[in-house]
Design a protein around this ligand. Sequence first.
Ligand code: 5GP
Ligand code: ZN
Length: 134
Amino acid sequence: MNDCIFCKIAKGEIPCYKVYEDDKVLAFLDIAQDAFGHTVVIPKKHFANIFECDEETLSTCISAVKKISNHYVNHCGFEGVNISNNNGKAAGQTVHHIHFHIIPRKSGDGINIYNELAGDNTPLDKQLELLKLN
Ligand code: 5GP
Ligand code: ZN
């Protein structure tokens, strides 16, 4: 995609702080600097989101996410990771090239990844009426 910022990063047209690369995937530090080590993992091929992305590419991305997460915990002094992925504007996606966020975590680091959730008291059986798949 010509106007996609992550495609430009994948092609080396825009610089990034590269954490990991192989022939299919690239991982780099998020420009937001909102948490130490905040990392973005992308497929080099453009897909907008999880709805468009093929399963093989998703699987390749998640394997890279796991490899990087293992590295952060086994070699970089972290104790855990949060992994997130936004799909669609309504879900807060701002760059429409599928990507996975990795936030490396340590006990007592003060990060509350869910502090923006407002809560929902709808009984779980009512929620299931809408959501059940099989
Ligand atoms: P989203 O909100 O779509 O899940 O996440 C997009 C992420 O991309 C944001 O966290 C944002 O800071 C990051 N981002 C946007 N533009 C750039 C850029 O040019 N370079 C890097 N490294 N990250 C970017
Ligand atoms: Zn793209």
